[in-house]
Design a protein. Structure first.
Length: 90
């Protein structure tokens, strides 16, 4: 049997060990089981990217939401393009 070595964050490893232990098996058992399940097409593996907005963008969106709720910094409705152009030219 071969040995596989890879690096993993210490806190992540400890959390995985703790959870595996509560289920009654070792982390090595988990790795072996996951590998067998993957090989036998019982599970699939993929990367999922969860985009995250920058803090500055979140702050700006919160400010915009607040302004909308309070009716601030909102242009009026226009019935015609000419009416809109007149408003923008002021």
């Amino acid at each position: 049997m071969d040995t596989v070595i890879f690096k993993i964050d210490k806190k992540l490893k400890q959390a995985a060990q703790k959870r595996a232990q509560t289920k009654g098996f070792t982390l090595t058992d988990l790795y072996k089981s996951a590998t067998w399940s993957f090989v036998n097409n019982e599970i699939d593996f993929g990367l999922v990217i969860h985009p995250q907005l920058k803090d500055s963008v979140v702050c700006e969106l919160l400010k915009i939401s607040k302004d909308i709720k309070e009716g601030k910094n909102i242009s009026p409705r226009f019935k015609t393009i000419e009416e809109m152009k007149g408003y923008l030219e002021k």
